[in-house]
Design a protein around this ligand. Structure first.
Ligand code: PMP
Length: 450
């Protein structure tokens, strides 16, 4: 579809938005949302007819891009046949989605509890862990994001938690490994890994192992900076969980469904959690859907005792039909392998090359279609290009970087002092190169602040 300029229609959309839509995470009078006219594949466009290459995949969820015809057709077919049906019934789209997901999740994570999104998947994973163990506390990492509902925001480590933290949710935060900004004075990945594991075990010892129900980690923390964990860390956490009878929850809401060039990020580390949350990429976000993949052991807890939790729209047929179609498209079109190959052969080498030429790039990290550039004022001190600021308002250099990328036709993901390179997993090589060239130009703007 070719963008057709229609500024008048755009103005009407914008006016109604400004009058009536209350936006997430925003000071309502300080924002200026772009009116979007359409989207297809890796691109979207505004009512002026300006097209953008989407290097954000929405909020890192359109893993097969916008308007994939196979998925759109499946949603239309499901709508014509059975738009909705209550969760207590066996329904084809729901059964088939659960089967396809369980076939791909690692180990014995073979039962699927469907939710509406990522945050409620986290809520339910934690509830299952508490009921399974009979223990109250949950450990989560400071540098993490687990969602915006009450328990999920309490678990979240990033500053978005501060305003909403109830302080009474049985949550204890710890430091997960991240060598570039090590809390453990480590100089190598091995040291970082060993010290982070020692810190976690000490935290458990001081909290009392018999009080800890679960440890929840993003397999690769996403929003907090795509902090690829050192080899051995997740296997080490698995061992600690086994030693103390703690439920290991991996949050794959962002990292799952092809994002890392594997079906799940856990596959990269050969680790099997007891519970795994997913959402976003499960159906490329075409219809809201999330869920928890449950191991045999935890499913057994609720074999003859009811699970005390549910949602009106659990396993909504429209969302599940979109998941079935998305998973089939990903399998048929080799999207996961494609993301792995382009990540290793194109994005990784290109970003490392940019880091050599641009003094503002402090660190490059990632895998598959899941990459971050960390921008700094000074490579030696690693001072972030944005001074640490919980409100996110002090973002002038990053705003200048983003404005340049947009002027060159790329919509960048910007968070704090980072830009994440997270295009759809089926982005073409030519599109990637177009986007990387625009980032090159935008980094020259960032260099002015070093
Ligand atoms: N967990 C992780 C790892 C996430 O990245 C997100 C969303 N960015 C969530 C949970 C929450 O998902 P949702 O916004 O769909 O509730």
């Amino acid at each position: 579809m070719t963008p057709q300029p229609n500024p008048q229609a755009g103005a009407a959309v914008k006016a109604a938005d400004r009058a009536h839509v209350f936006h997430s995470w925003s000071a309502q009078e300080l924002i200026d949302p772009l009116a979007v006219a359409g989207a297809e594949g890796s691109y979207f466009w505004d009512y002026e007819g300006k097209r953008y290459l989407d290097f954000t995949s929405g909020l890192v969820y359109t893993n097969i891009g916008y308007q994939h015809p196979g998925v759109v057709a499946a949603i239309q077919e499901q709508a014509a046949r059975m738009t909705t049906f209550a969760p207590a019934f066996a329904v084809e789209a729901r059964s088939e989605a659960a089967r396809l997901i369980a076939e791909r999740t690692p180990g014995d994570l073979d039962k699927i509890f469907f939710t509406n999104a990522g945050a409620d998947a986290v809520e339910h994973a934690v509830r299952m862990a508490r009921l399974h163990t009979g223990r109250p506390k949950v450990l989560s990492a400071y540098r993490s994001y687990h969602g915006g509902t009450q328990q999920a925001i309490n678990l979240t480590g990033d500053p978005r938690r501060w305003a909403s933290d109830s302080g009474a949710a049985g949550v204890v935060h710890f430091w997960a490994p991240f060598l570039y900004r090590s809390r453990f004075y480590a100089e190598t990945e091995e040291q970082e890994c060993a010290r982070a594991l020692e810190h976690l075990e000490t935290t458990i010892a001081f909290e009392g192992p018999s009080t800890v129900a679960a440890i929840i980690l993003e397999t690769i923390p996403g929003t907090a900076g795509i902090m690829v964990p050192p080899a051995g860390y997740l296997a080490g956490v698995r061992e600690i969980c086994d030693k103390y009878g703690i439920v290991f929850v991996l949050d794959e809401v962002m990292a799952g469904f092809g994002r890392t060039g594997t079906w799940f990020a856990a596959d990269l580390y050969d680790v099997v959690p007891d519970l795994m949350t997913f959402a976003k990429g499960v159906n490329s976000g075409y219809v809201p859907l999330g869920g928890v993949a449950i191991s045999a052991r935890i499913a057994e807890t609720f074999a003859e005792r009811p699970y005390p939790g549910g949602l009106t729209y659990s396993g909504h047929p429209l969302a599940c039909a979109a998941a079935v179609a998305t998973i089939n498209v990903m399998a048929q079109e080799g999207v996961v392998e494609h993301a792995a190959r382009l990540g290793a052969e194109v994005v990784g080498p290109a970003l490392r090359e940019l880091a050599e030429r641009h003094p503002s790039v402090g660190d490059v990290r990632g895998v598959g279609m899941f990459w971050a550039l960390e921008l700094v004022r000074n490579r030696e001190t690693r001072e972030p290009l944005v001074p640490y600021n919980a409100t996110g308002q002090d973002n002038t250099p990053m705003a200048a970087f983003a404005a340049s990328a947009k002027a060159h036709g790329v919509w960048p993901f910007v968070n704090m002092n980072r830009t994440h390179v997270v295009p759809p997993c089926n982005v073409s090589e030519a599109e990637l190169k177009e986007g990387l060239a625009a980032l090159d130009t935008a980094l020259s703007v960032a260099d002015d602040y070093t």
